[in-house]
Design a binder for this molecule. Structure first.
Ligand code: PBG
Ligand code: ZN
Length: 324
């Protein structure tokens, strides 16, 4: 008897590199990744983001050549964020056909037509107060913001964006945007909904990258990180409202939510590895505590294993260039 124990030996399938790769269950590739980019108007030089080593704001004047460089490296898709010099109470620059949202989407599509361009659709980088919508009596007015989201979506679609990606966390935003797009004839413009978006402390470095003026927080519109049932409900609502794809954000600390939504919906599901997740890996590696390339691959692989089809990550270019 003792010679037969243990009966089951999972180690048999781990004995060599060939065995391990033969039996590996999930994988990610460049085809699954979307690179988020920050584009600033009225500047001449790249601006490094101190809290995100390796990430730089791109001057609008250099955007076309950057997009060409990404395409050559094998990047299939970018998510555009504008860094505006034209802030006001409502973020009205976003629904101007010559405003920054329109220009950056147009430049990307004209530079590389096959690049899939997703337009982050929100107001926090265009409002003087830094909130994601219109303020009335110190509160973000949901329904007034919906009207403006529709305007911005149509402007981005007209500029050529393939996807409208509303991140404002307003109730009804997907339906409002779908109606506005269809009303303007943009039936083929898709919606990548930030459908389950938590009020996370992991967005900290993004606020520097995007130059956000926010004082306070977004807890009255983004979700409580402790809520699992509500997380599924939020994504299912966006599905009903007409989203073409769903998203969980952040990713790494929310793998249970990714799995829940994967099982609750048949829509494609994305996950956003956010600025704070990027920063933790970068600074950990810079301190010599972890191996950057291996931790990046492990974290992205785990996000796929949890059930994501695509991943937004600031590491996409590093991976494409083989730098990590
Ligand atoms: C804007 C927006 C944010 C992020 C994406 N879109 C910031 C926020 O909601 O506060 C975060 C991205 C990141 O941290 O990488 N609404
Ligand atoms: Zn916002």
């Amino acid at each position: 008897m003792s010679s037969q124990f243990p009966y089951t030996r999972p180690r048999r399938l781990r004995g060599s590199e060939s065995l391990r790769s033969l039996f590996q269950e999930v994988e990610f590739s460049l085809d699954d990744l979307v690179l988020p980019i920050f584009v600033e108007e009225e500047i001449d030089d790249f601006v490094p983001i101190n809290s995100m080593p390796g990430v730089r704001r791109i001057p609008e004047s250099r955007l076309a050549s950057e997009i060409e460089r990404y395409a050559r490296a094998g990047i299939k898709s970018v998510m555009t964020f504008g860094v505006s010099h034209h802030l006001d109470d409502d973020g009205s620059d976003t629904w101007n056909d010559n405003g920054l949202v329109a220009r950056i989407n147009r430049i990307c599509k004209e530079a590389v037509p096959e690049m899939i361009v997703m337009s982050d659709t929100c107001f926090c980088e265009y409002t003087a107060h830094g909130h994601c919508g219109v303020l009335h009596d110190g509160k973000v007015d949901n329904d007034a913001t919906l009207v403006n989201l529709g305007r911005q979506a149509v402007v981005a679609a007209r500029a050529g964006a393939d996807f409208i990606a509303p991140s404002a966390a307003m109730d009804g935003q997907v339906q409002a945007i779908r109606a506005a797009l269809d009303g303007a004839g943009f039936h083929d413009t898709s919606i990548m909904a930030y459908s389950t978006k938590f009020a996370s402390s992991l967005y900290g470095p993004f606020r520097e990258a995007g130059g956000s003026a926010l004082k306070g927080d977004r807890k009255s519109y983004q979700m409580n990180p402790m809520n699992r049932r509500e997380a599924v409900r939020e994504s299912l609502l966006d599905e009903q409202e007409g989203a073409d794809a769903l998203m969980v954000k952040p990713a790494g600390a929310y793998l249970d939510i990714i799995r829940d939504i994967r099982e609750a919906s048949r829509l494609p599901l994305a996950a956003y590895q956010v600025s704070g997740e990027y920063a933790m890996i970068k600074f950990g590696a810079q301190a010599g505590a972890i191996d950057e390339g291996r931790v990046v691959r492990e974290s992205l692989g785990a996000i796929k294993r949890a059930g994501a089809d695509l991943i937004f990550t600031y590491f996409a270019m590093d991976l494409a260039l083989g730098g990590i």
